[in-house]
Design a protein around this ligand. Structure first.
Ligand SMILES: [Zn+2]
Length: 241
Protein backbone atom coordinates (compact mmCIF):
# COMPACT_ATOMS: atom_id res chain seq x y z
CA UNK A 1 0.00 0.00 0.00
CA UNK A 2 1.17 3.52 -0.63
CA UNK A 3 0.01 6.58 1.25
CA UNK A 4 0.29 10.20 0.22
CA UNK A 5 -0.14 12.57 3.13
CA UNK A 6 -1.14 16.23 2.95
CA UNK A 7 -0.51 18.22 6.12
CA UNK A 8 -1.62 21.71 7.10
CA UNK A 9 -1.20 24.02 10.05
CA UNK A 10 -3.27 21.75 12.32
CA UNK A 11 -0.42 19.26 12.68
CA UNK A 12 1.89 21.96 14.06
CA UNK A 13 -0.42 23.59 16.62
CA UNK A 14 0.71 21.01 19.23
CA UNK A 15 4.22 22.37 18.59
CA UNK A 16 3.07 25.87 19.50
CA UNK A 17 2.64 27.27 15.99
CA UNK A 18 -0.78 28.90 15.58
CA UNK A 19 -2.92 27.85 12.60
CA UNK A 20 -4.57 30.28 10.20
CA UNK A 21 -8.21 29.35 9.80
CA UNK A 22 -9.09 27.50 13.01
CA UNK A 23 -11.10 29.18 15.81
CA UNK A 24 -7.88 30.73 17.20
CA UNK A 25 -6.31 31.13 13.78
CA UNK A 26 -4.11 34.00 12.68
CA UNK A 27 -6.46 35.03 9.87
CA UNK A 28 -9.60 34.29 11.90
CA UNK A 29 -8.52 36.74 14.61
CA UNK A 30 -7.10 39.35 12.24
CA UNK A 31 -8.57 39.11 8.72
CA UNK A 32 -6.88 42.41 7.76
CA UNK A 33 -3.45 40.80 8.18
CA UNK A 34 -4.20 38.58 5.21
CA UNK A 35 -4.72 41.65 3.04
CA UNK A 36 -1.40 43.11 4.17
CA UNK A 37 0.65 40.04 3.27
CA UNK A 38 0.06 40.00 -0.46
CA UNK A 39 3.01 39.86 -2.80
CA UNK A 40 2.02 43.20 -4.38
CA UNK A 41 2.00 45.00 -1.04
CA UNK A 42 5.29 43.36 -0.12
CA UNK A 43 7.05 44.47 -3.29
CA UNK A 44 5.57 48.00 -3.17
CA UNK A 45 5.83 48.91 0.50
CA UNK A 46 9.09 49.01 2.47
CA UNK A 47 7.11 49.19 5.71
CA UNK A 48 5.37 45.90 4.94
CA UNK A 49 8.80 44.38 4.34
CA UNK A 50 10.19 45.81 7.57
CA UNK A 51 7.26 44.32 9.50
CA UNK A 52 7.63 41.03 7.64
CA UNK A 53 11.29 40.63 8.69
CA UNK A 54 10.26 41.19 12.31
CA UNK A 55 7.49 38.61 11.88
CA UNK A 56 10.00 36.10 10.52
CA UNK A 57 12.43 36.81 13.36
CA UNK A 58 9.65 36.27 15.92
CA UNK A 59 8.03 33.27 14.20
CA UNK A 60 7.10 30.42 16.53
CA UNK A 61 8.82 27.93 14.19
CA UNK A 62 12.30 28.87 15.50
CA UNK A 63 11.57 27.46 18.96
CA UNK A 64 9.12 24.76 17.90
CA UNK A 65 9.85 21.06 18.20
CA UNK A 66 8.19 18.25 16.25
CA UNK A 67 5.31 16.53 18.04
CA UNK A 68 3.72 13.06 18.09
CA UNK A 69 1.92 13.74 14.79
CA UNK A 70 5.16 14.48 12.96
CA UNK A 71 6.79 11.43 14.56
CA UNK A 72 3.95 9.18 13.40
CA UNK A 73 4.58 10.17 9.78
CA UNK A 74 8.26 9.28 10.22
CA UNK A 75 7.10 5.81 11.31
CA UNK A 76 4.87 5.57 8.24
CA UNK A 77 7.90 6.28 6.05
CA UNK A 78 10.11 3.77 7.90
CA UNK A 79 7.44 1.13 7.35
CA UNK A 80 7.80 1.72 3.62
CA UNK A 81 4.23 2.97 3.21
CA UNK A 82 4.83 6.65 2.48
CA UNK A 83 4.59 7.70 -1.16
CA UNK A 84 5.07 11.41 -0.39
CA UNK A 85 4.48 13.93 2.34
CA UNK A 86 2.95 17.07 0.87
CA UNK A 87 2.80 19.95 3.33
CA UNK A 88 1.34 23.42 3.36
CA UNK A 89 3.56 24.23 6.34
CA UNK A 90 6.70 26.34 6.16
CA UNK A 91 8.08 25.24 9.54
CA UNK A 92 10.28 22.29 8.42
CA UNK A 93 9.03 20.27 11.40
CA UNK A 94 8.58 17.17 9.23
CA UNK A 95 12.25 17.21 8.28
CA UNK A 96 13.33 17.95 11.84
CA UNK A 97 11.21 15.01 13.05
CA UNK A 98 13.15 12.74 10.69
CA UNK A 99 11.09 12.57 7.50
CA UNK A 100 13.42 12.30 4.49
CA UNK A 101 13.75 15.67 2.72
CA UNK A 102 13.26 13.80 -0.55
CA UNK A 103 9.80 12.69 0.59
CA UNK A 104 8.66 16.14 1.72
CA UNK A 105 7.00 18.39 -0.87
CA UNK A 106 6.75 21.91 0.53
CA UNK A 107 3.83 23.45 -1.37
CA UNK A 108 4.22 26.83 0.30
CA UNK A 109 8.01 26.88 0.58
CA UNK A 110 10.05 27.28 3.75
CA UNK A 111 10.60 29.98 6.31
CA UNK A 112 14.23 28.93 6.70
CA UNK A 113 15.48 30.29 3.42
CA UNK A 114 15.35 33.70 1.80
CA UNK A 115 15.07 34.27 -1.93
CA UNK A 116 15.97 37.36 -3.96
CA UNK A 117 12.95 38.48 -5.98
CA UNK A 118 15.24 39.84 -8.73
CA UNK A 119 18.00 37.26 -9.27
CA UNK A 120 16.64 34.23 -7.41
CA UNK A 121 19.66 33.90 -5.10
CA UNK A 122 18.81 31.76 -2.03
CA UNK A 123 20.34 32.46 1.38
CA UNK A 124 19.73 30.89 4.80
CA UNK A 125 17.15 32.96 6.73
CA UNK A 126 19.44 33.05 9.74
CA UNK A 127 22.07 35.04 7.82
CA UNK A 128 19.56 37.65 6.71
CA UNK A 129 18.04 37.92 10.19
CA UNK A 130 21.56 38.57 11.52
CA UNK A 131 21.62 41.62 9.22
CA UNK A 132 18.22 42.69 10.58
CA UNK A 133 19.57 42.33 14.12
CA UNK A 134 22.56 44.47 13.10
CA UNK A 135 20.21 47.29 12.10
CA UNK A 136 19.16 46.74 8.47
CA UNK A 137 15.38 47.12 8.31
CA UNK A 138 15.00 45.53 4.86
CA UNK A 139 18.25 43.77 3.84
CA UNK A 140 18.73 43.82 0.05
CA UNK A 141 20.27 40.98 -1.97
CA UNK A 142 24.07 41.07 -1.51
CA UNK A 143 24.55 40.14 -5.19
CA UNK A 144 22.16 42.42 -7.07
CA UNK A 145 20.56 44.72 -4.49
CA UNK A 146 17.11 43.28 -5.17
CA UNK A 147 14.25 42.91 -2.71
CA UNK A 148 14.49 39.72 -0.65
CA UNK A 149 11.66 37.66 0.83
CA UNK A 150 11.22 34.44 2.75
CA UNK A 151 11.18 31.53 0.29
CA UNK A 152 7.47 31.03 0.94
CA UNK A 153 4.38 31.50 -1.21
CA UNK A 154 2.66 34.79 -0.35
CA UNK A 155 -0.94 35.65 -1.17
CA UNK A 156 -1.07 36.49 -4.85
CA UNK A 157 1.98 34.35 -5.68
CA UNK A 158 1.74 31.19 -7.77
CA UNK A 159 3.03 27.86 -6.53
CA UNK A 160 6.25 26.65 -8.12
CA UNK A 161 5.29 24.54 -11.14
CA UNK A 162 7.70 21.68 -10.37
CA UNK A 163 6.55 21.50 -6.75
CA UNK A 164 2.91 21.47 -7.80
CA UNK A 165 3.65 18.82 -10.42
CA UNK A 166 5.29 16.57 -7.83
CA UNK A 167 2.32 17.00 -5.49
CA UNK A 168 -0.17 16.14 -8.23
CA UNK A 169 1.84 13.05 -9.18
CA UNK A 170 1.89 11.94 -5.55
CA UNK A 171 -1.88 12.47 -5.21
CA UNK A 172 -2.61 10.53 -8.38
CA UNK A 173 -0.41 7.56 -7.56
CA UNK A 174 -1.39 6.45 -4.05
CA UNK A 175 -3.86 3.96 -2.58
CA UNK A 176 -4.71 6.20 0.36
CA UNK A 177 -4.69 9.98 0.53
CA UNK A 178 -4.55 11.25 4.08
CA UNK A 179 -5.33 14.94 4.72
CA UNK A 180 -4.20 16.00 8.19
CA UNK A 181 -4.80 19.31 9.95
CA UNK A 182 -5.84 21.24 6.90
CA UNK A 183 -9.12 23.09 6.35
CA UNK A 184 -8.97 22.05 2.66
CA UNK A 185 -10.13 25.52 1.62
CA UNK A 186 -6.93 26.73 -0.06
CA UNK A 187 -6.30 25.75 -3.68
CA UNK A 188 -4.53 24.01 -5.20
CA UNK A 189 -3.70 22.06 -2.03
CA UNK A 190 -7.33 21.13 -1.42
CA UNK A 191 -7.78 19.98 -5.01
CA UNK A 192 -5.19 17.26 -4.39
CA UNK A 193 -7.95 15.37 -2.53
CA UNK A 194 -10.10 15.41 -5.65
CA UNK A 195 -7.17 14.31 -7.80
CA UNK A 196 -6.52 11.36 -5.49
CA UNK A 197 -10.17 10.29 -5.44
CA UNK A 198 -10.45 10.58 -9.22
CA UNK A 199 -7.41 8.31 -9.51
CA UNK A 200 -9.10 5.71 -7.30
CA UNK A 201 -7.53 6.41 -3.92
CA UNK A 202 -9.35 6.24 -0.62
CA UNK A 203 -9.51 9.55 1.29
CA UNK A 204 -9.17 10.02 5.04
CA UNK A 205 -9.71 13.52 6.44
CA UNK A 206 -8.29 14.23 9.89
CA UNK A 207 -9.19 17.76 11.00
CA UNK A 208 -10.86 19.31 14.05
CA UNK A 209 -13.31 21.32 11.93
CA UNK A 210 -15.44 20.18 8.99
CA UNK A 211 -13.88 20.45 5.52
CA UNK A 212 -15.43 20.64 2.04
CA UNK A 213 -14.11 17.12 1.35
CA UNK A 214 -15.65 15.33 4.35
CA UNK A 215 -18.50 13.99 2.20
CA UNK A 216 -16.01 12.36 -0.17
CA UNK A 217 -13.92 10.79 2.57
CA UNK A 218 -14.04 7.10 3.47
CA UNK A 219 -13.31 8.19 7.02
CA UNK A 220 -13.41 11.52 8.86
CA UNK A 221 -11.44 11.89 12.10
CA UNK A 222 -12.13 14.80 14.47
CA UNK A 223 -10.02 13.63 17.43
CA UNK A 224 -6.81 15.55 18.30
CA UNK A 225 -4.09 14.81 15.73
CA UNK A 226 -1.46 14.12 18.40
CA UNK A 227 -3.39 10.99 19.43
CA UNK A 228 -5.39 10.11 16.35
CA UNK A 229 -2.52 10.17 13.85
CA UNK A 230 -0.18 7.80 15.75
CA UNK A 231 -3.17 5.44 16.21
CA UNK A 232 -4.06 5.54 12.51
CA UNK A 233 -0.44 5.00 11.43
CA UNK A 234 -0.21 1.97 13.73
CA UNK A 235 -3.41 0.59 12.15
CA UNK A 236 -1.99 1.10 8.65
CA UNK A 237 1.32 -0.55 9.54
CA UNK A 238 -0.43 -3.49 11.20
CA UNK A 239 -2.73 -3.91 8.21
CA UNK A 240 0.23 -3.85 5.81
CA UNK A 241 2.40 -6.13 7.95
ZN1 LIG B 1 19.57 39.28 -6.18
Amino acid sequence: MSVTVLTGAGISTDSGIPDFRGPQGVWTKDPAAQELYTIDNYMADADVRRRSWIGRRDHAAWAARPNAGHAALVELERAGLLRALVTQNIDELHQRAGSSPGKVIELHGTLFHVVCMSCGQRTPMREVLDRVAAGEEDPPCPDCGGIQKADTISFGQSLRPLVLHAALQAARSCDLFLAVGTSLTVQPAAGLCGEAIDAGARLIVMNAQPTPYDDYAGEVVREPIGQALPALVKELIDAAG
